[in-house]
Ligand binder design. Structure first.
Ligand code: ATP
Length: 199
């Protein structure tokens, strides 16, 4: 699956709408220290649902919104869109191109969209499950990631292999089913209590 484009507006050091197109071959981003290179990979992680402000190198989620400079006013919201070539249907969406968007306002409200349709964070997480993409995917290798994998506990390392082997989706669905079953059992117990009182 190929990345097609990243569009950023109001995110960290990008107050203006900025589009980065990923053409065939390799794309390199070069620039002086502090010019915003890592902010680009932060934007990718963020749009794929990252919730950890530590991973995003900030203190609170509001820190992803352009904070202003001596010459520019701060922005009210951050918006990032990431487009994928889905002609191979690696993502379970019936479109040749899939664009995910995340918007976060200073008020704390946030929106997630898949091809322009409003969705939940859960839908974004499920979209990327077992693809190697997503906030926990292994396709984004950040600074220190290799050391983290080498030094990981066996359970954590196993999770990386499970994602690569495409079985984390089933583990997730099993946990979901178990949670629902537990809820149903609790409801059943409550029903028996009410029945007992009525009899
Ligand atoms: P290096 O090569 O040193 O790793 P880099 O090019 O990767 O640097 P980044 O870490 O991506 O640089 O960008 C840091 C810059 O982003 C800093 O100048 C910082 O002030 C700016 N920045 C981060 N968050 C915000 C924000 N919310 N609003 C405005 N600017 C921000």
């Amino acid at each position: 699956m190929r990345l097609k484009a990243l569009e950023i507006q109001g995110f960290k050091s990008f107050p203006d709408k900025t589009k980065i197109s990923f053409n065939q071959g390799m794309t390199a981003v070069v620039g002086p220290n502090g010019s915003g290179k890592s902010n680009i990979s932060d934007a990718m992680r963020w749009v794929m649902g990252e919730q950890s402000t530590k991973t995003l190198r900030g203190g609170k989620m509001e820190d992803v919104i352009f904070a202003g400079t001596a010459k520019r006013k701060p922005q009210g919201a951050a918006t990032v869109s990431l487009s994928f070539d889905n002609s191979g249907r690696e993502l379970s969406v019936e479109n040749d191109e899939v664009t995910i968007t995340r918007k976060y306002y200073r008020s704390g409200d946030s929106e997630y969209l898949i091809n322009g349709e409003q969705v939940r964070l859960k839908d974004v997480n499920e979209l990327f499950m077992d693809t190697g993409l997503g906030k926990d995917g292994y396709s984004m290798i950040g600074q220190g990631k290799i050391a983290e994998i080498v030094g990981a506990k066996s359970k954590e390392r196993r999770e990386i292999f499970e994602e690569a082997a495409g079985i984390s989706k089933y583990r997730y669905r099993k946990a979901e089913a178990e949670r629902k079953l537990e809820q149903a059992q609790e409801n059943l117990l409550r029903l028996y209590d009410i029945l007992g009182e009525l009899e």
